[in-house]
Design a protein around this ligand. Structure first.
Ligand code: PHE
Length: 450
């Protein structure tokens, strides 16, 4: 008897009907590795940030070849996610089986990288950068795609033997020096970054860790924040320079960022940085001081090491820098897209054509024993549509939902916009796709079409 399985990056994994929700259309994307392509917006951006961060003092070891299948241990447990954390749910995550999944973030490799850098130097300071494709079940529109790319970064400082138990250890002076180094680079940028609120007091829900002194927390978080501001200022200053060159009339005169409190199970305290861009605050990156538990799991000795980590989404920043209007374009194999970009350069994308879209509504009654839409999670509907129409869907929106006053039955109506990046779709083609979506919905979820 053949055991049901899927093959990903050349490795076979057993599947099981209870857990498996990864689909062929997603598996096909697992060997694209856009972040490794030197002349692709995501690859260009990755390279730019790596070079900038390593221009400080070459601390970061680079790991860009991790494959997307990881264990639930790596993605969640190693980072201290509680068993009931919503991030683990099947509606948000692509599971291969009970033990394996497509990583939902590059943090899945933190433990491994902390282990890797533990013994390889006697340096007080060391660190790593990881870039990779990550996977999340999500809605469909111009800025959401089930695969995107993140860069993870971390820096740690280790006490030397002579430092253990000492009140002001040697590495304190080293961190102070490291902060000055980053600040020097920040001061060289043409448009200086202004920080809206740098001194958020640590709150009850965002506390410091016991094992760190106030001074350690203060210095470590200053270094973290200045390092991330360096990334932001590098990327956005490059953009501003090209806007000035093109005499764009919406060229910003200042670069404003703000820090806000956040929560991640493996950092404390934790923050997010937002940048003010074209009239709104854009969320760029989550970060924090690494929890000692993670370091202990990676084999470090108690109170030996302090440090920080961040995770940055690359795709949205790439879209903004290269003026790419639809996230599907990043995945296009059309030459008219790819030949527009070259290594090391930030250029504006010139749309080669805009093909008209054509929408179809699908309205249905939910089965009576499942009156709650959460039984047919919206992301399940998105997956059905993606599997049938792939990149020919531009967006899916809920346009109406109501509960029948007498019968109590619930009805939903979604609007699917079909639109290709590369060509015109015929009506007949769209109708066929829509029919397939409708029958799949009936078959899988026993809805009644209206
Ligand atoms: N992994 C987090 C995310 O995807 C970001 C993060 C990385 C936060 C490292 C803290 C430290 O949102």
């Amino acid at each position: 008897l053949k055991v049901p399985h899927v093959e990903i990056n050349g490795i076979k994994y057993k599947t099981d009907p209870q857990t498996t929700n990864v689909t062929d259309s997603i598996i096909k994307l697992t060997d694209r590795s856009l972040h490794l392509k030197e002349s692709h917006p995501v690859g260009i951006l990755r390279d730019l940030i790596e070079k900038k961060l390593n221009s400080v003092d070459n601390t970061f070891k680079i790991f860009n070849n991790f494959k997307p299948v990881v264990t639930t241990m790596e993605n969640f447990d190693s980072l201290g996610f509680p068993k009931d954390h919503p991030g683990r749910s099947k509606s948000d995550t692509y599971y291969i089986n009970e033990t394996h999944l497509l990583r939902t973030h590059t943090s899945a490799h933190e433990l491994e990288c902390f282990q890797k850098i533990r013994n390889d130097s006697d340096n007080i300071k060391s660190g790593f950068l990881i870039s990779a494709d990550v996977y999340r079940r999500d809605e469909i529109d111009k800025t959401h795609y089930p695969v995107f790319h993140q860069m993870e970064g971390a820096t740690i400082w280790k006490r030397t033997k002579a430092d253990v138990g000492v009140k002001e250890p040697m590495y304190i002076e080293k961190i102070r020096e490291d902060i000055r180094q980053v600040e020097n680079l920040l001061n060289k940028e043409n448009v200086k970054i202004t920080v809206d609120d740098d001194t958020i007091p640590l709150k009850e829900n965002n506390p410091k860790q016991e094992y760190m002194s106030d001074l350690e927390v203060d210095l470590c978080s200053q270094h973290l924040k200045r390092s991330i501001e360096l990334i932001v200022s590098e990327v956005f200053n490059k953009k501003i320079s090209s806007m000035i060159k093109n005499k764009a009339n919406n060229t910003p005169k200042e670069l404003k960022v703000r820090w806000i409190n956040a929560y991640f199970p493996w950092t404390a305290p934790s923050w997010e940085i937002e940048v003010w861009w074209q009239g709104e605050w854009l969320e760029l990156c989550g970060c924090g001081l690494i929890r000692q538990d993670v370091l202990l799991r990676a084999g470090y000795k108690p109170s030996e090491t302090i440090g920080w980590a961040f995770g940055l989404g690359l795709d949205r920043i790439a879209m903004l820098l290269f003026e790419i209007p639809d996230i599907r374009l990043l995945w296009s194999r059309d030459e008219r897209f790819s030949r527009q970009f070259s290594k090391g350069l930030i250029t504006s994308f010139k749309p080669y054509s805009k093909h008209p879209g054509s929408f179809r509504d699908v309205a249905f009654w939910l089965p009576e024993d499942k009156p709650d839409i959460h039984q047919v999670h919206e992301n399940d509907l998105m997956e059905i549509i993606r599997n049938i129409a792939g990149d020919l869907v531009e967006s899916v929106k809920l346009v109406d939902s109501f509960t029948h006053p007498k019968t109590g039955r619930k009805s939903m109506c979604y609007r699917i916009n079909y639109q290709s990046m590369d060509r015109n779709l015929t009506n007949a083609e769209v109708n066929t796709l829509q029919d397939m979506v409708c029958s799949k919905l009936v078959k899988e979820y026993s809805v009644e079409l209206r």
